[in-house]
Design a protein around this ligand. Structure first.
Ligand SMILES: *Cc1c(COP(=O)(O)O)cnc(C)c1O
Length: 235
């Protein structure tokens, strides 16, 4: 049994989002929380259904799919996949995910398209994960690789690129992550200006528990928040 008061935490997060948005003249309604539920029991998530939770984020297929299949409220929220995706897990991912945040290579896009055709899905929405900081331990495209990938992806008709995602390095002082978030936003603006078929700069997925306020100040409209809602957990 968890002693974490997820409802109070959720309210506190919403309040912090609201304040961060207002600091830069943005509407808090433009920002959506993806509640990161990896390692979290179903029972800890359900109380939030009454408080406006709209999307949950999972980072492992083997955890996400059974959870999705088990819960009777699965259609009340959107399920996002935010973890590293192997090509051999794409079919399972498409069984639940309405948005995949972590696409970082053409081969994966090709496989998503192939599976989407087989499964007769109308289309699949994805984000491209960009490794802005250049940390060797992080997945993601370099910013320079993104335009060419978007061009090549246009041949895969089921796949719709709807924006960009990044994971900033952990910093004790979240202010230090600002340049990372700013670069992702500017990259998005640049891509939008260039205009690519089947590409729309709809989502900027950046910011986690430690740094979501800075991310919002820099334009994030999807923030992926786990521990601030569900507490620290072993993952
Ligand atoms: C776990 C995770 C998060 C949430 O992290 P917290 O620090 O717990 O908010 C966000 N994004 C990704 C990709 C994650 O794996």
């Amino acid at each position: 049994m968890s002693m974490v008061d997820v409802v109070a935490n959720w309210a506190a997060v919403q309040e912090r989002i609201s304040r961060a948005a207002k600091r830069v003249g943005r509407s808090p309604e433009a920002i959506q929380v993806v509640a990161v539920t990896k390692g979290v029991d179903i029972e800890s998530i359900t109380p939030l259904l009454a408080y406006g939770i709209k999307a949950v984020g999972e980072n492992r297929i083997q955890e996400a799919l059974p959870k999705y299949q088990r819960v009777d409220w699965r259609d009340k929220v959107k399920w996002h996949f935010i973890g590293h995706l192997q090509t051999n897990k794409v079919r399972q991912c498409l069984e639940f995910a309405s948005l995949i945040h972590s696409v970082d290579r053409l081969r994966l896009i090709r496989e998503i398209n192939r599976r989407a055709v087989n499964m007769e899905l109308p289309q699949v929405e994805i984000l491209l994960q960009v490794n802005i900081s250049g940390e060797a331990t992080k997945f993601g495209l370099t910013p320079e690789e993104v335009p060419a990938l978007i061009e090549k992806a246009a041949q895969y008709e089921k796949v719709r690129i709807r924006g960009l995602m990044t994971i900033a390095p952990f910093e004790e002082d979240p202010e230090k992550t600002r340049p990372v978030f700013r670069k992702l936003r500017l990259l998005g603006e640049d891509l939008e200006e260039k205009g690519f078929p089947q590409f729309e700069m709809k989502y900027l997925s950046m910011g986690m528990t430690n740094d979501f306020e800075v991310a919002i100040e820099e334009g994030a409209n999807l923030v992926r928040i786990g521990s601030a809602i569900f507490g620290q957990r072993p993952i």
